[in-house]
Structures are given as structure tokens and as C-alpha cells.
Ligand binder design. Structure first.
Ligand code: SAM
Length: 242
């Protein structure tokens, strides 16, 4: 296996099933000087499972400013650091961006170690168009929410969102009101025991989850604005033959 460099390694970890980690990721986590983890207690399950004894340190949204500069100092002194999040790929709706930029500014090498990301697994099995898509992460909870939804209404690519169980009904309802009825898929508990893909339209799913609760981790995928896409194509065809 590769020798460890004085670098920041961005290591993807499983999104549920502990077997979904690469040999390379385990090697890196075993070999670096320090693992910066979003939640050291959460990550201790994964690290324990693979018998990884590397020292961990917390790196999360509440200590991001102080910890970014401390980690940069450690990297500048020659250490190797792996950054992991609670699940999936660091930087995808998880802290990493600031540390990555601080490393780039300080000429510290940043090395990605690829692996699971919930939105990719959800998208590929959704049956929705995968050729082009837009990943929005979590919609804003309050400020900017409505304008984001309005902007997404015209989006022709498949729209991929992260959502929590207690907000999913509200989100489905607001999207149905704004977009009109459109095909969508709710991907739940990916790679875990109760993995499920719920297919329907925005209205159907909004109605279903008005009375029924949904548990676990969720990815919501909505078909792009196909009518708009077809209209643009029709107009182009018209212009071409005129
Ligand atoms: N970094 C992660 C990634 O690469 O996907 C995302 C972290 S974000 C804080 C957590 C959100 O990701 C969850 O609220 C859910 O929307 C989605 N997610 C994470 N794991 C999931 C899973 N196993 N099944 C479905 N969605 C998941």
C-alpha cells in the first residue's frame, strides 16, 4: 500500500453498512498521525470495527475556526491528517470546505480518498435521469427557502436533496405546490437493514406522509422540469426547419 504523505486526506466512510469502505481508506486511517472526525464518538464505532487505533480529534461546525488553524499548524509541522465525517464523503453537506481551503492557501497537499456519498447511491437506483443532475444538499430552513424552491422549479436536471424525516412532509408539499405534480423518489436508509426506494409523484408522497411518519435518513430526488426541456427542444426544431 502507498506510503503516507504530509497531507490532508479526505477519507470517505460508510453511510450505514460498515463494509462499504475501501482498503485504501482503512490503510490511510490506520497510518496517518491524526484523524480529525466530525464526532469522535460516532466514528469510534467504525474505527473500532476495523481495529484502527489512530488518535482522533473533533472537527465540527462549532469549533471549525479554531480547529482549522490548529490542524493547519499540525500539517505545517509535517504531520499527516485524515478528515472523516459522521458518514459518507467529507465536504458533502459536512464540514471540510474551510480546512481544504486553508490547506490550499498554505500549500499543503489535499488528497481525496473516494467512497460512499448518499446522494450518488440514491440517484443511481432512483430510475430518474442520471445523465445530468443537480445536488442541492439541504434546502434552507427559513431564509431563502422559497426563492430556492422557485429557482429549482425551472431546473431541467434531476434535483437531489437531503432531508430530515420531520421536514419531509413540508418539503414535499411545498415542492408539489410550486412545481406541480412531478415524478419523485424518496431513498431511505441506504445500505442499511430498512433500505427502501419509495416511488410516486410529489402530490402522492406529500399525501402519504401527511398521515404516515417516516423514519431514518432520507434523500429526495425530483424529476427535472421536462416540459420546459421539451419546449426548448421543440422551439429549436422549429427554428432549424424554418
Ligand atoms: N457526507 C454525507 C454524504 O456523503 O452523503 C452527507 C452528510 S449530511 C450531514 C447527512 C444527510 O445525508 C442525511 O440527513 C440524509 O439526508 C443523507 N444520508 C446520509 N446517510 C444516508 C443513508 N444511509 N440513507 C439515506 N440518506 C442518507
Amino acid at each position: 500500500m502507498e506510503s503516507i504523505e504530509n497531507a490532508l486526506y479526505l477519507v470517505a466512510t460508510p453511510i450505514g453498512n460498515l463494509a462499504d469502505i475501501s482498503y485504501r481508506a482503512v490503510h490511510i486511517l490506520n497510518s496517518v498521525d491524526l484523524i480529525a472526525a466530525e464526532d469522535t464518538r460516532t466514528s469510534s464505532v467504525l474505527l473500532g470495527h476495523y481495529n484502527i487505533k489512530t488518535t482522533t480529534q473533533a472537527y465540527h461546525s462549532h469549533n471549525i475556526v479554531t480547529q482549522t488553524s490548529k490542524l493547519v499548524d499540525k500539517l505545517k509541522s509535517g504531520m499527516s491528517v485524515a478528515l472523516i465525517s459522521d458518514a459518507g464523503t467529507p465536504g458533502i453537506s459536512d464540514p471540510a470546505y474551510q480546512l481544504v481551503n486553508a490547506c490550499i492557501e498554505n500549500q499543503i497537499r489535499v488528497i481525496p480518498i473516494p467512497g460512499a456519498a448518499a446522494f450518488i447511491s440514491a440517484l443511481i437506483a432512483s430510475g430518474l435521469q442520471t445523465q445530468s443532475f443537480v445536488f442541492e444538499g439541504f434546502l434552507p430552513h427559513k431564509k431563502g427557502r422559497q426563492s430556492k424552491i422557485l429557482a429549482l422549479k425551472e431546473e431541467e436536471r434531476t434535483i437531489v436533496l437531503y432531508e430530515s424525516p420531520h421536514r419531509i412532509h413540508k418539503t414535499l408539499q411545498q415542492l408539489a405546490e410550486s412545481f406541480g405534480d412531478r415524478r419523485c423518489v424518496l431513498a431511505r436508509e441506504l445500505t442499511k437493514k430498512f433500505e427502501e426506494f419509495i416511488h410516486g409523484t410529489l402530490t402522492e408522497l406529500a399525501e402519504r406522509f401527511q398521515t404516515q411518519s417516516v423514519k431514518g435518513e432520507l434523500v429526495l430526488l425530483v424529476e427535472g422540469n421536462i416540459k420546459r426541456k421539451n419546449k426548448i427542444r421543440e422551439n429549436k426544431y422549429k427554428n432549424d426547419i424554418e
